[in-house]
Design a protein around this ligand. Structure first.
Ligand code: FAD
Ligand code: PHB
Length: 392
């Protein structure tokens, strides 16, 4: 049987960064990933890195490409009633965010891991966790060559995302969780065309929300609020561009640059938190423990914040048998998690139009938008959450 100190399930931002943080402390880890390297490096997800995320990657010497290719943003626009209202992040908070695709971070972290001489077990099938309440839990899986493998660990980190198996290993009667669904989803596209604006645009329109983002000076990322039951087949490229143009309408005119669509995806919006982030020797981090609707751009940043707490907690546990930080791990994470949950809910409900929403709700949304656009106090509150609250 193979042996390591920390068995990490999932090679997303949480799992890969945790492996790196542990390595810098001399703690040995094995990373198991269900998908192929190519798949995880191509999977288009988040785009916005909080300043705290960027600072951590810089401290670790992992931000070389991010600093060269990432796009620093000092503000974004809220577009409603046919006008833009800029949220000046830099003036309001002294901080900015960086637009840099999650899959680019994943590529950088994979490269950093391989450079340490340690691999990643890609295409690990049938991953199963055992003996979690003992001091030496095990992971079994079938590797990419079809060989049955078994790994004994001191600790297992469940970093396998919302649909992973780690959380499912916690008995339901021990799991305290909170769930909220929204009556809409996002249709996201990647377009081969320069962004139509230098900054992100969060647009609230009678027909629903739309978001203009980007990945590079040549690639635009766009999202449309759609019904959760919507099928991609019903969204031709022409229909997508028409709907985007309508929702981004601006008095005085706005030209949306069109181009070939490189990918289309529909993702439901959902909020979920399990406060049980630990069960015996299993620790959950990132989307495995909590998800937020993407409107607040918080998911990946929360995953990073979790492992930033988990790594030193595991180091203390494994090196000094000191369990204080490990015992306090969930509580430490959850105040940031709940703040992000609230902020994401706030952004989502302020900007989306629920099907059949009554005129009263409409008026409340517009009142909130006008308040944020006109009050420095309200805009500062939004901005400090958006750039990322201080870590400690
Ligand atoms: P994941 O990235 O989901 O990684 C989990 C990994 O585990 C995956 O590689 C998966 O293949 C693997 N895995 C799953 N099951 C198993 C198994 N049984 N065995 C082994 N491996 C397994 N967040 C932001 O901060 N900013 C944004 O702008 C933003 N925009 C988003 C836009 C969209 C459209 C979406 C969908 C998400 C967005 N997010 C955003 C959220 C962000 O992408 C996630 O929060 C982030 O990926 C969480 O990282 P993670 O490492 O916890 O989980
Ligand atoms: C993205 O670029 O993918 C993105 C940006 C801002 C968000 C969500 C997603 O709020």
């Amino acid at each position: 049987m193979e042996r390591t100190q920390v068995g990490i399930v999932g090679a997303g931002p949480a799992g890969l960064l945790l492996a790196h943080l542990l390595h810098t402390e001399g703690i040995d880890a094995v990373v198991l990933e269900a998908r192929s390297r190519q798949y995880v490096e191509q999977r288009v997800r988040a785009g916005v890195c909080e300043h705290t995320t960027v600072a951590l990657l810089r401290d670790l010497g992992l931000a070389g490409r991010l600093d060269r290719e990432g796009l620093p943003h000092e503000g974004f626009a809220l577009r409603f009633d046919g006008a833009d209202h800029r949220i000046d992040l830099a003036a309001l908070t002294g901080k900015s965010i960086t637009v840099y695709g999650q899959q680019e971070i994943v590529k950088d972290l994979i490269e950093a891991r391989l450079a340490t001489g340690h691999g990643i077990e890609f295409e690990a099938a049938d991953v199963a966790l055992h003996d979690l309440e003992s001091e030496s839990p095990r992971i079994t899986w079938t590797d990419s060559s079809g060989v049955a493998r078994e790994l004994r660990c001191d600790v297992i980190a469940g970093c396998d995302g919302f649909h992973g198996i780690s959380r499912q290993n916690i008995p339901t009667d021990l799991l305290t969780s909170y769930d909220h669904t929204y009556p809409f989803a996002w249709l996201g596209v990647l377009a081969q065309t320069p962004p139509s604006s230098e900054e992100l645009i969060y647009a609230r329109h009678e027909r629903g929300f739309a978001l203009h983002s980007m990945r590079s000076p040549e690639i635009t990322r766009l999202y449309l609020q759609v019904d959760p039951g919507e099928r991609l087949d019903d969204w031709s490229d022409a229909r997508i561009w028409d709907e985007l143009a309508t929702r981004f309408t601006l008095d005085g005119g706005f030209t949306l640059r069109e181009g070939p669509l490189l990918e289309k995806i529909i993702t439901p919006l959902r909020s979920y938190v399990t406060e049980t982030m630990r069960h015996g020797r299993l620790f959950l981090a990132g989307d495995a423990a909590h998800i937020v609707p993407a409107t607040g751009a918080k998911g990946m940043n929360l995953a990073v914040a979790d492992v930033r707490r988990l790594a030193p907690a595991l180091v203390a546990l494994l090196r000094k048998n000191d369990s204080a930080a490990a015992d306090g791990y969930a509580e430490q994470c959850l105040s940031r998690v709940w703040r992000a949950e609230h902020f994401s809910y706030f952004m989502t409900t302020m900007l989306h139009r629920a099907p059949g929403a009554d005129p009263f709700t409409d008026r409340l949304q517009l009142s909130q938008l006008r308040y944020v656009a006109s009050s420095t106090a309200a805009a500062t509150s939004l901005a400090e959450n958006y750039v990322g609250l201080p870590f400690d």
